[in-house]
Write a protein that binds this ligand. Structure first.
Ligand SMILES: *Cc1c(COP(=O)(O)O)cnc(C)c1O
Length: 434
């Protein structure tokens, strides 16, 4: 017998199959094949002992939809599966997922290090609002991974980055950062929103926690807000006594210790049983349903998003009105090799380019678009365009805009899954108008 046929255990389904099936099964009562929307706030207890066990976390089950819902839990399992993680927790938005993660990790006075190439909303959340909770974020240039090591202090509890960074075109070398964090005994958290698990699986490269704004490519149709936290299950929370919230008895649960009791899913259990319970940014069952449905076509959509983006980037690079294009799929990109390593299925579909005509040309171009929608989102089936300097980044000085990759000449595109010729035609006429 060959070693191949001797192998036992469950079949390892491919990504596309798991995107359709993971976490879901026909409804045991009705036989419904699609995951139903369990539009209920609460669940009947068998008896008082059953209720007590649920409240004590000594038994799994549903009791109140702030803490868990059958539709939402299918989504949690599906994203955890696609990310190669151990367990997941959904939240009302990507930002809510980030808050729940850091509330579970940090004590007042703690610090973390973040790549400075992040979604703008994350920079504001970390730099301003988190500051008021006593958490300090140090931003570093991720181009040199050693910058993360240099920013370490005894109070550093995590490193946060986007491998494929919003607004796009930048790829961060994850492996050396994982090594630096490992030596320091702290987890690496990756915001994988821009790539989706189809293009990049950070846990395979050693990341400990993955976060998504499911609002973008996972739901994929611009119709539902959401966030998910996935834990790898591989981080040792005991080392160095750095994470008392994970390793010391919790007074609200009769002295239960999350890491000791729940082991490789202790982090998401604590995030649910404490942070989600006490702050309440729960994902609605309808949004979970729409996101589950979106994920079923993730691989198909991402392939089309990427091939359209590659076509558009090449077209723009050759266009006389365009100064530069920052897309990691172009031969001219300094991130091409990192993209080939971490994003073998393609470097996403959200990127920026610069107009020779500067600010005024940017304003004219977005207004001249007909097929592209002028709005502040990414990861929709529809192609989207925004001129950050006149919209999302208009409060900043020109110097700050340039540092954030949102200078006066910058246009950000999120390329949809429409016919590529139609997309090029719309950009061409809008560039002529500008
Ligand atoms: C949109 C986005 C977020 C925030 O997610 P919301 O669902 O809008 O709260 C975080 N990170 C990245 C990379 C994003 O694109």
């Amino acid at each position: 017998m060959s070693s191949e046929t001797e192998k036992s255990g469950p079949i390892e389904y491919g990504f596309e199959t798991r995107a359709v099936h993971a976490g879901a099964q026909p409804d045991p009562v009705t036989g419904a094949r699609a995951t139903p929307i369990y539009q209920t706030t609460s669940y009947v207890f068998d008896d008082t002992e059953h209720a007590a066990d649920l409240f004590n976390l000594s038994r799994f089950g549903f009791l109140y939809s702030r803490l868990g819902n059958p539709t939402v839990s299918v989504l949690e399992e599906r994203v955890a599966n696609l990310e190669d993680g151990r367990a997941g927790l959904a939240a009302a938005s990507g930002h809510a997922a980030q808050f729940l993660t850091f509330f579970t990790l940090l004590e007042p006075g703690d610090e973390f290090i973040a790549s400075r190439n992040l979604y703008g909303g994350s920079v504001t959340q970390f730099g301003l609002s988190f500051k008021r909770l006593g958490w300090t974020c140090h931003f570093v240039d991720p181009a040199d991974p050693e910058n993360f090591r240099e920013a370490l202090t005894p109070k550093t509890k995590a490193i946060f980055l986007e491998v494929l960074a919003n607004p796009g075109g930048i790829v961060v070398d994850l492996e050396p950062v994982v090594e630096i964090a490992g030596e320091a005994g702290i987890p690496v958290i990756v915001d994988n929103t821009m790539a989706s698990p189809y293009l990049c699986q950070p846990i395979r490269w050693g990341a400990d926690i993955v976060i998504h704004s499911t609002t973008k490519y996972l739901s994929g149709h611009g119709n539902s807000m959401g966030g998910v936290i996935v834990e790898s299950g591989k981080f040792d929370w005991l080392q160095g006594g750095r994470f008392p919230g994970m390793t010391e008895p919790d007074p609200a649960y009769h002295g239960l210790t999350f890491y000791e009791t729940f082991g490789d899913f202790g982090f998401t259990t604590k995030a649910r049983a404490v942070a989600l319970r006490d702050f309440g940014p729960t994902m609605a069952p309808l949004n979970a349903f729409l996101t589950i449905t979106g994920i079923e076509t993730l691989a198909l959509r991402m392939d089309r998003h990427v091939s359209n983006a590659q076509t558009v980037a090449g077209f723009l690079e050759a266009h006389p009105a365009v100064d530069w294009v920052s897309y990691a799929g172009l031969a001219s990109s300094p991130y091409r090799d990192l993209a080939a390593k971490y994003l073998p299925n393609g470097p996403g579909a959200t990127f920026t380019f610069g107009l020779k005509g500067g600010f005024d040309a940017g304003v004219k171009m977005v207004e001249a678009c007909e097929l592209f929608s002028h709005l502040a989102n990414i990861g929709d089936t529809r192609s989207l365009i925004i001129h950050p300097a006149s919209t999302t980044h208009r409060q900043l000085t020109e110097e700050q805009q340039i540092a954030a990759g949102a200078g006066p000449d910058v246009i950000r595109l999120s390329i949809g899954i429409e016919n590529a010729d139609d997309i090029l035609r719309d950009l061409d006429q809008a560039l002529s108008a500008a």
